[in-house]
Design a protein. Structure first.
Length: 118
């Protein structure tokens, strides 16, 4: 599976961005899809995931501001990010996982930069 992330950019605090992640292959609907982010000087942290069943889970820091959805017909997940804060500045990575019981993700995209100015 190859993942292509897009949609990053520069936005002012309080603004919105929508990230997209498109996967290759015919088995997209069987994967859990997740977003992670890595800020300068910090490790990679979990942002959100959408299971193959459609269930979503969010990090506490983004819950209520970010919405993750998937369109299996387009092999794409969307991360709608609202009320952005400077602390959301990071490189955002999408990832795919075959086994929901495994905390590790199997495939990773290349990352897209999100910068939120104050």
């Amino acid at each position: 599976v190859q993942l292509q992330a897009s949609g990053g950019g520069l936005v002012q605090a309080g603004g919105s961005l929508r990230l997209s992640c498109t996967a290759s292959g015919r088995t997209f609907s069987t994967y859990d899809m997740g977003w992670f982010r890595e800020a300068p000087g910090k490790g990679r942290e979990f942002v959100a995931t959408v299971h193959r069943t459609g269930g979503t889970y969010y990090a506490v820091s983004v819950k209520g501001r970010f919405t993750l959805s998937r369109d299996n017909a387009k092999n794409t997940v969307y991360l709608q990010m609202n009320s952005l804060k400077p602390g959301d500045t990071a490189v955002y990575y999408c990832a795919a996982r075959q086994n929901s019981a495994n905390p590790k993700y199997d495939f990773w995209g290349q990352g897209t930069q999100v910068t939120v100015s104050s």
